[in-house]
Design a protein. Structure first.
Length: 134
């Protein structure tokens, strides 16, 4: 039962705003998703589709973690158009999973995060449209 496992929302664990016609906006510098996944399917790639709504002129990167394993980071575009971000899944990424439970965490790096006095909770840098494991 997804409700019992993850609480009121079975997928958006923390760091997310309300859904919008193009997906869901990451609020602040960190957000996590949770779901169950049949890991016997030999998944080798995490595909993230989204865009940066930021108009502050700064460059940002999106770093992805699955079950605590760092998948690396990719640069976010600045044109507010959808882009596909691909992360190769290391073979040991699924070892930390328990009963197929999977946590995907995203962290925003760069840009105004480096600015002294900047409030990370006010950051609006990434809008997630789709996540695919293949």
């Amino acid at each position: 039962d997804e409700y019992l496992m993850w609480g009121w929302n079975p997928y958006l664990l923390w760091g997310w705003g309300a859904t919008n016609p193009r997906g869901v906006e990451l609020r602040g510098s960190t957000g996590s998703l949770g779901f169950t996944f049949d890991q016997s399917e030999q998944t080798t790639n995490l595909e993230v589709v989204g865009f940066s709504p930021s108009t502050d002129g700064n460059s940002y990167s999106l770093r992805a973690f699955v079950n605590g394993t760092d998948f690396g980071s990719v640069s976010l575009g600045t044109n507010q158009e959808s882009q596909t971000l691909d992360f190769a899944i290391p073979q040991n990424a699924w070892a930390a999973s328990e009963d197929g439970r999977t946590i995907v965490r995203f962290e925003i790096e760069g840009g105004s995060l480096q600015t002294e006095g900047a409030d990370p909770s006010e950051l609006r840098v990434f809008n997630l449209e789709r996540l695919v494991l293949n």
